[in-house]
Design a protein around this ligand. Structure first.
Ligand SMILES: [Zn+2]
Length: 403
């Protein structure tokens, strides 16, 4: 093998193409590879795939994967064919997609790196403007999205997450069965639910078949689901409900510690479950509970509440137990707990729905950490659009290259 045939093999060129020369510029760390096609070769018409002869040719350039630290370019004379039905057409080359200035291998590398590092860093490493890389990501994510088949979606979780600095929000819709993000949209109002319905309709989904939603207690999602998915039932995410109860306990403690100095710096004790406390914290908890404080009562109410929503099987009727718990809370004379109980009452159907569906937004919580890590990868002037693309990529697995 001479050096040209090595490149020929490395590039995986078909029989029509061959390397004519390579130029190696050590000073500028640059490698240029020149390709040409065998005269007399037949190429297929990009429209009808009929074999046609070359009509003329035009030189084009693509950036290829770096060979070590050498920025590498392919140059080729790309023929135009003259098809008797479609006229003069530029053919598709095997190493790049139409109108891309990068080879397929380069693009595949970018899509792999995007899962691991910020686009800006990839751009620096590859010495390419990041906007050009975003166009690659956009192309693959969008073309994958266009192939979406949402016909099997039945149960959906929705939650919001913030993009840069929390100024702008996007709402994520997850297929709770495949555990993948299937739709991302700007905003966190009820119109995001309408946008999701339109998206379903556009990609073979059937809004009538979506029977379950999991969401937090945000009025925007609730009203959106009721309006656009009237057949669906809502399960309120139990982790959000639990968070509200924890907030109520914390408010109780803050109000009470004004008189009870012992409560100072006990915040985390009340937020944790007994089995997760250190020995020291446990001792503190025991001495505090002996003081007959409101905070101690609220804490015991939380433990019972958690038991009712336990993932393990229980020997009692959960809804009945929750009804008793509600009465207990309403008579507790602890204002934040009474307020929580009222919230519970107002959202009763969706809260007890969990006893039947057992769905929650844990997947979204898990995805949220991936998404937040991806935030740093989405810096740029179109940050919300970039953020959406990255979410589709990392949490929805969109943008896979066709095999
Ligand atoms: Zn044709």
């Amino acid at each position: 093998m001479n050096d040209l045939s090595i490149f020929q093999a490395a590039l995986g060129l078909g029989k029509e193409w061959f390397v004519t020369k390579t130029e190696f510029d050590a000073e500028n760390k640059r490698l240029d590879i020149y390709l040409d096609f065998e005269r007399g070769s037949k190429f297929t018409c990009p429209v009808c795939e009929t074999e046609c002869g070359a009509y003329d040719a035009k030189q084009q350039t693509w950036q290829h994967l770096n060979f070590f630290q050498y920025k590498t370019y392919l140059h080729a004379w790309v023929p135009r064919i003259s098809c008797k039905d479609h006229g003069v057409k530029q053919i598709n080359v095997p190493w790049a997609r139409e109108r891309s200035g990068f080879t397929l291998l380069f693009e595949a590398m970018i899509m792999t790196l995007v899962d691991q590092m910020p686009v800006k860093n990839i751009a620096d490493m590859m010495k390419v403007e990041d906007t050009r890389l975003w166009r690659i990501i956009e192309y693959y994510v969008q073309s994958d999205l266009k192939r979406s088949d949402l016909s099997k979606v039945r149960r959906v979780g929705v939650d919001e997450t913030s993009s840069q600095k929390g100024h702008r929000y996007v709402s994520l819709f997850v297929d709770l069965d495949t555990r993948k993000v299937i739709f991302v949209v700007k905003g966190k109002d009820s119109l995001t639910v309408k946008a999701f319905k339109d998206h379903l309709l556009a990609y073979r989904g059937d809004p009538q078949k979506i029977r379950e939603f999991s969401c937090d207690l945000s009025p925007a999602f609730i009203s959106g689901i009721q309006e656009y998915f009237p057949l669906a039932k809502i399960t309120f995410d139990k982790f959000h409900v639990m968070k509200l109860l924890n907030t109520a306990i914390d408010e109780t403690r803050r109000a009470e510690q004004l008189d009870e100095k012992d409560l100072k710096s006990s915040r985390f004790i009340w937020l944790k479950n007994p089995e997760n406390l250190t020995v020291k914290q446990k001792t503190k908890l025991e001495s505090l509970t002996s003081l007959k404080l409101k905070t101690g009562r609220a804490y015991r109410m939380k433990l019972v509440f958690q038991e009712i929503f336990s993932n393990d099987p229980v020997s009692f009727d959960r809804e009945e137990a929750l009804r008793k718990w509600y009465n207990w809370a309403m008579h507790s004379r602890i204002d934040p707990i009474v307020d929580f109980a009222k919230t519970l009452k107002r959202h009763w159907d969706g809260i007890v729905r969990w006893f039947v569906t057992r769905i929650n937004n844990a997947i979204l919580e898990g995805l949220n950490s991936i998404v937040q890590a991806a935030k740093a990868r989405a810096r740029g002037f179109r940050s919300v659009e970039y953020f959406k693309l990255i979410i589709y990529r990392v949490a929805g697995n969109y943008g896979c290259l066709p095999t």
